[in-house]
Design a protein around this ligand. Sequence first.
Ligand code: THU
Length: 138
Amino acid sequence: MTDIDWDELRQVATDAMRRAYAPYSQYKVGAAALVDDGRIVAGCNIENASYGVTLCAECALVGDLFMSGGGRLVAFSCVNGDGETIMPCGRCRQLLFEHASPGMLLETVSGVRTIDEVLPDAFGPYDLRHSAAREAAR
Ligand code: THU
């Protein structure tokens, strides 16, 4: 799947952004991603009076991914309240990495990049399996 319709993804992210609940920061975020079966999933940020409990748009997107059938993320776009492309925060890069297809693409402030470029040498499921296997061999 090489032909990514970035305009469409950005549009879905912008529509999601309009549903954001951001009464504390006033910073609305919408995210959208193409799934490996062709579905598009999306999410918005949902803040909380206990600020640290805030859910980033990517959290809602991953919820949408699972609730609509699962799969792997192929391409991702994220926008702010002005419809500008923004970077996923560090925590959300980790969140996306867990559900990424190999070579997942992200629209970023410096062009289209792979998940490995925005989260190099990521810690992931492999590390846990690797150390469990070592433990079992002892
Ligand atoms: N935010 C996201 O939704 N995703 C990100 O990757 C960056 C930050 C939200 C969280 C909070 O509601 C607002 O942006 C300001 O930090």
